[in-house]
Design a protein around this ligand. Structure first.
Ligand code: ASP
Ligand code: MG
Length: 414
């Protein structure tokens, strides 16, 4: 029998009616003849509330205790879903991360899944039950409760699908699929029937909030098809798959944006070997992921280095870099070499065009710059990869840029 992992996100569980609807979907999937595992996140808004609670009792809450606190959100929803399934006449059993177990690294609040134990889930299914697993949480080999990062329950679902050899992983969320742009911003945005893992990785990385990035990476690595459905309306959803030979690729598939980044610039950087490492090393050591990095050719042996970091890590990044600059200057034989200044700006947005078709079409960047120029939008940073072009602009122009690019690349519904 084929196994399907179905995951319900917070918005799919915003009230008891929705919890019952999710239970019905799980049961319906089983009635179609599949084995089913349900993975859930906390009910809508609960994790935010718990996080706020943590921050209201302590300005710098201990990450270990935050994990214990945040993990409680999912504990509520697994029990409720399991009971709702039981009320439909189907056995169900709830599991916390440490009961599965979902093993993770020890890094609190940012743990990574290392292994999923299958025996207990298998036993539960073989006894005729639907296991209902708490997403987002796990257990380190030391027994510590961990969480894997906000939005992480998608990744739990895929990890379980991979470990259990599932046929596919269905993600029920508040949108009915992946769109060519955020439909709240672009009225003409269209649902895509299918999108490749590669494109979806870029979309997820760039703030299309449909799926947790790591879940897409994970699914791609193990070729587990991912399907995104709405938990509110029935529909075909979006299938996320490997690139098929017959798939004709449009030059641009989607326009996305990210307002959760901030820009950090170090000016007057000496043009010497090892300096990028000296500056970015401590940022990486603090587990801050640096995204776009731009360095220009130097003039007078000095250059500027600019990169983006998650907005939450902005202040800490500035602090780390300022300390590092002071340290370099103090330890240098020639302190005049290290007269750098660290500045930052968090009123930015990154807007990106994504499309596998870019590999074979020329002139996409030009069209993008031309469109932004027409509306007088200044570009602060540019970066490209094989299948995407990103620009950093002032955050106030983000929505306008997304709309204009969406229509410039003809992505709208006919
Ligand atoms: N409940 C967690 C969060 O809100 C995990 C998730 O929803 O995926 O971040
Ligand atoms: Mg989510």
């Amino acid at each position: 029998m084929s196994l399907i992992v179905t995951k319900f996100g917070g918005t799919s569980l915003c009230d008891l009616e929705r919890v019952q609807a999710a239970a019905q979907k799980a049961v319906a999937c089983r009635q179609e003849g599949h084995e089913v595992i349900v993975v859930v996140s906390a009910m809508a808004g609960e994790t935010d509330k718990l996080e706020d609670l943590g921050y209201s009792i302590s300005t710098r809450p201990d990450p270990r205790e935050m994990d214990v606190l945040l993990a409680s959100g999912e504990q509520v929803s697994i029990a409720l879903i399991a009971m709702a399934i039981q009320d439909l006449g189907v056995p169900a059993m709830s599991y916390l991360g440490n009961q599965v177990p979902v093993y993770t690294t020890e890094c609190h609040q940012r743990a990574r899944i290392t292994e999923v134990g299958c025996e207990e889930l298998r036993r539960s299914i073989d006894q005729g039950a639907i296991p209902v697993v708490a997403g987002f949480q796990g257990v380190a080999s030391t027994g510590e409760i961990t969480t894997i990062g906000r939005g992480g329950s998608d990744t739990t679902a895929v990890a379980i699908a991979v470990a259990m050899g599932a046929l596919e992983c269905r993600i029920y969320t508040d949108v009915d699929g992946v769109y060519t742009a955020d439909p709240r911003i672009v009225e003409q945005a269209r649902r895509m029937d299918r999108v490749t893992f590669e494109e979806m990785l870029e979309l997820a990385a760039l703030g299309a909030e449909v799926l947790h990035l790591r879940s897409v990476e994970y699914a791609r690595r193990y070729s587990i098809p991912l399907k995104v459905f709405s938990s509110f309306i029935d529909g075909p959803g979006t299938l996320i798959v490997e690139e098929g030979e017959s798939m004709e690729q449009p030059e641009v598939s989607a326009i996305t944006f990210d307002k959760n980044e901030a820009k950090v610039t170090i000016t007057n950087v000496p043009d010497i070997p090892g300096i990028a490492y000296q500056l970015l090393g401590p940022v990486g050591d603090a587990n801050i992921s640096v995204d776009m990095i731009v360095q220009n050719v130097s003039r007078d042996e000095r250059t500027d280095l600019t990169f983006t970091v998650p907005r939450n890590d902005f202040e800490q990044s500035l602090e780390i870099l300022r300390d590092q600059v002071i340290r370099l200057r103090r330890e240098a034989e020639d302190p005049t070499l290290y007269e750098m200044e660290v500045i930052g700006d968090d009123a930015i947005a990154k807007v990106t065009a994504v499309g596998l078709g870019m590999r074979s079409h020329a002139g996409i960047a030009t069209k993008m710059f031309e469109t932004l120029a027409q509306y007088g939008i200044n570009i602060q940073m540019i970066s490209t990869s094989e299948i995407k072009i990103s620009v950093v602009i002032h955050e106030d122009f983000c929505e306008l840029a997304v709309r204009m690019l969406h229509s410039a690349f003809d992505l709208g519904a006919d």
